[in-house]
Design a protein around this ligand. Structure first.
Ligand code: ADP
Ligand code: 5GP
Length: 224
């Protein structure tokens, strides 16, 4: 982590949580996969974004999003309360900073489901965040899913589908690509990524060092 507000774990000796960023075209199944992960793993936290878009049927304030006015959003942005923000499909979306920083400081993994513009802003601040791109199996299936979801009118659906090519331009900035064909499989794939990321040497070497009484901070080694 290079964000000044989070002291690296090899300095404090306390493991920090991983910041997991999930992006992908609208209708790819990001929300469905994230919900399945949160239902399965109590240890994973979710960053509830602020948005100026209207709630869909069944969406709950503070659970799915913080639904705010444009004025409130701009106020949050001006106060630097947002870790990142972007204008997506004609509305503002942003990640409240405090909850994310608190979660990772306490050692909890936290998922941000955000668009690629926002993901790039996170990448600038957190060098060890994990970036996962979710794709549907085909353009036709994406169109079917977004239409069947029935939460947007035809104009909004067209706007979202027309943005896919542009969003795909960011794919090389991500660490993992998961195809969401079978939901169970895709969810298991993302769970495996999150689990594997916990075992990166850079995240654990200091703990081995503590047990063995050796200074294993990054970049310190002697000739054998
Ligand atoms: P996103 O959050 O990426 O916009 P959603 O999670 O809302 O997408 O999923 C879009 C629609 O596709 C929803 O109706 C959801 O139930 C459906 N869906 C998600 N994953 C799958 C899948 N693997 N197979 C079939 N339908 C899916
Ligand atoms: P939806 O309106 O379908 O919930 O989300 C539309 C898009 O906004 C999705 O690509 C979603 O990932 C993105 N999004 C949701 N929350 C945030 C956020 O906090 N920041 C950014 N940059 N994008 C977000």
């Amino acid at each position: 982590m290079k964000n000044d507000e989070v002291t690296p774990e090899w300095v404090t000796g306390n493991p920090t949580g991983n910041l997991i960023v999930i992006s992908g075209p609208s209708g790819a199944g990001k929300g469905t996969i994230v919900k399945a992960l949160l239902d399965q793993f109590a240890s994973i936290h979710y960053s509830v974004s602020a948005t100026t878009r209207d709630p869909r049927d069944g969406e709950v304030n503070g659970v799915n999003y913080w639904f705010v006015s444009r004025e409130d959003f701009l106020h949050m942005r001006a106060k630097n309360d947002l870790l990142e923000w972007a204008e997506v499909y004609g509305n503002f979306y942003g990640t409240p900073r405090r909850r994310v920083l608190e979660a990772i400081k306490r050692g909890h993994d936290i998922i941000l489901e955000i668009d690629p513009q926002g993901a790039m802003k996170v990448k600038e601040q957190f060098s060890s965040a994990v970036f996962v791109y979710i794709m549907p199996p085909s353009p036709r299936e994406l169109s079917r899913r977004i239409n069947d979801r029935g939460t947007e009118n035809q104009e909004a659906i067209r706007h979202r589908l027309n943005s896919v090519a542009c969003e795909l331009g960011y794919i090389h900035e991500y660490d993992y690509l998961v195809i969401n064909d079978e939901l169970k499989e895709a969810t298991a794939d993302v769970a495996a990524i999150i689990r594997a990321e916990k075992w990166r040497v850079k995240r654990n070497a200091h703990l081995v060092g503590l047990v063995w009484g050796v200074d294993l901070r990054q970049g310190t080694h002697e000739k054998i």
